[in-house]
Design a protein around this ligand. Structure first.
Ligand code: RP5
Length: 163
């Protein structure tokens, strides 16, 4: 059976960015489950989810959090599934705080950190991980790249008619 992707976020305030990941995963034909759970406000919930994720049919976890972001690292501590961290922008430090928290994992427990607010790339990377065992997702990714390429070519062609 096809593996699912989990999209977790630390707060409802993270949803406007994290919904980009959900939308992209759906576009690529990935079954996705989305939850708000916090590493510091509901640590038991996150522990339980991450521990059971593999048995529940998940193949990858995306975790978005802001400020002293530790949701992705906290998940990674409880599972050997690949975890992709999305550092989210907040007022005080423009997301640099979350970027460093997400990217600077100590040795042994990796988190694949994407850019600040990089929920779209997190979804594509998650789909690429799942595509290793799922030819339909692989095809959807190939198609998406072909479309991207065509859009660059179309934009260039339009530019050439102006200048
Ligand atoms: C983090 O703190 C969340 O991921 C969110 O980005 C940030 C602020 O949370 P709220 O105060 O908006 O709930 O844990």
């Amino acid at each position: 059976m096809a593996k699912k992707a989990a999209v977790l976020m630390g707060s409802a305030s993270d949803f406007p960015v994290m919904e980009r990941a959900v939308a992209e995963l759906k576009k690529l034909g990935v079954t996705v489950e989305c939850h708000i759970m916090s590493a510091h406000r509901t640590p038991e919930l996150v522990t339980e989810f991450a521990r059971r994720a593999s048995d529940e049919g998940f193949g990858v976890i995306i975790a978005g959090a802001g400020k002293a972001a530790h949701l992705a690292g906290f998940c990674a501590a409880h599972t050997i599934l690949p975890v992709i961290g999305v550092p989210l922008k907040s007022d005080a430090l423009d997301g640099l705080d979350a970027l460093l928290s997400t990217a600077q994992m100590p040795p042994g427990i990796p988190v694949a950190a994407v850019s600040i607010d990089g929920a779209l790339n997190a979804a594509i990377l998650a789909a690429q991980i799942l595509a290793a065992g799922d030819p339909e997702i692989a095809r959807a990714l190939e198609l998406s790249r072909t479309r991207m390429k065509q859009s660059v070519l179309d934009n260039d062609a339009a530019l050439q008619t102006k200048y």
